[in-house]
Structure formats: C-alpha cells, structure tokens
Design a protein around this ligand. Sequence first.
Ligand code: SF4
Ligand code: SF4
Ligand code: FES
Length: 249
Amino acid sequence: MNPQNANTEIQYTFKIFRFDPDVDSSPRYDTFVKTYPRGRTVLEALLNIHDTEDDSIAVRYSCRSAVCGSCGMLVNGAPVLACRTQLTNLIGDQVLIEPLPNMDIIRDMVVDMKPFWEAYRRVEPWLHVNGDRPEKERLQSHRQVSSLDPYVNCILCACCYGACPVVRFQEQYLGPAAIAKLFRFMQDSRDQRGPQFLEKMNNPQGLWGCHTIFRCVDACPKDIRPTDTIEALRRRLMVYKFKKLFRMV
Ligand code: SF4
Ligand code: SF4
Ligand code: FES
C-alpha cells in the first residue's frame, strides 16, 4: 500500500478492458502502470493514459463533473461515474476498469445504451396533462415540489441498470432508472395519468420484475433510491386493483 499524504504521488496499476467487436474475437485487459498525485479521478487517469500511452482506448464522457451521465463504468467491480471517483478513494493501488454490464459493448468502455433508452421510453417520461394548455404555468406548492426533489436528480447514467441482476437475465425488464422516472412523474401533482397507467406495468417485465436486491440503490451516484419507488408504485397499483375489484373507482 502506498503512503497517501497530501504531497505524495501514488503509483497505480490499471487493468483496462479492451474489446472492439468489429475486430477482436474476445476481450483482453491491457495493463498500464502510472503515477498520479492525490485528487486525480479515474476519468482523468483514463484520459491521461489515452493521451500518453494508447489513443485507441474508447471512453464516453462530457461534463467531467457528474452532470451529463456519460461516464458510467465498472471500477474494481462497482458501477460508478469515472469523473466522480477519485483514485485515492479506491482500496489499494490496483484499478480494474471495465464497461457497465447488461449492455452490448460498442468498444472498450463504451456500451450501447439502446435497451436502457427503450425501457425509459416505455414509461412515457413526461407530464401527462389533459385539456388545453393553461394561460399561466401550472403552479405547485413547495410541499408538492419537495416530494419530487429526491427523484429529479437522475442523470440517466445507467449505473443502476448495469448493476441490476434482473436486467442481466430478463432483458425486457424495465429496470430501476425507468421505474424511478415513472414514479417521479406519477408523484407530480400536475400529472393526470392516474393509477390505471400502472396496469401496463403489472407484469414481470414491469413492476414485478424487481427482486428487491437494492444494488441499484448502492450504485446510484445521485442517491436516488429506485427500489423505494418500485415498492411505492407496487402499492399504488395494488390499491387501485383492490378498489377496482370492489367497484370503488
Ligand atoms: S432492487 Fe430491483 S431494480 Fe434495483 S437492482 Fe435489485 S432487482 Fe434491480
Ligand atoms: S437512478 Fe441513479 S444510477 Fe440510475 S440512471 Fe438515474 S442517476 Fe444513474
Ligand atoms: S463525464 Fe459527465 S457524468 Fe462523468
């Protein structure tokens, strides 16, 4: 283990996943030994390795500040944003970098997020409002806005989607981010779609796919708790079904 006082440069061994499905018959891991000062992020290290060692390494990123959601990947087996993960916060000096699971690899750490976006589209992630557009904006109370606050910060990074063991075996499962987004809209006082909308998700590909394993909660860099939203929507659906059974709706 390296000493880690403020002025120390630390030597790390990076093992980086490499795979170009157009060229390679199987993945490999390339190793780079590099020394960095404290405060470097995994993304900065990757870009430095790209610039100084091998410019064919493929990484997706944009904001470098945990806003755009582009740089999700596995670091030492954990789904994280590379731009938000400091090397000094990792345990040890070995850094294993791999793409997010549950999605096809386009190249190296760049995955095809098509199934993630398709699931997202299935929940219709926009406000459903009836009637004509009002003359003024649709106002909400502070309390109504506060009830959305924990869920609006999703940056669609797919770290939760990559972490979910159900998505791995059940490709049609909506996954945690899409369901959390559905909750965000159904929780919105302006949304008028009503609990009957949840009947579309009354199946193992929807609300009942989750095994409540909480890996999405652990993975989320924005402290969103998708599992809680899945439970809440399940309850809402069951109340609706019950009321419907007894002709109360
Ligand atoms: S709690 Fe549900 S949605 Fe979240 S990772 Fe586990 S199975 Fe997937
Ligand atoms: S819920 Fe969290 S982990 Fe999932 S896509 Fe949104 S920000 Fe990323
Ligand atoms: S580069 Fe934008 S979230 Fe990491």
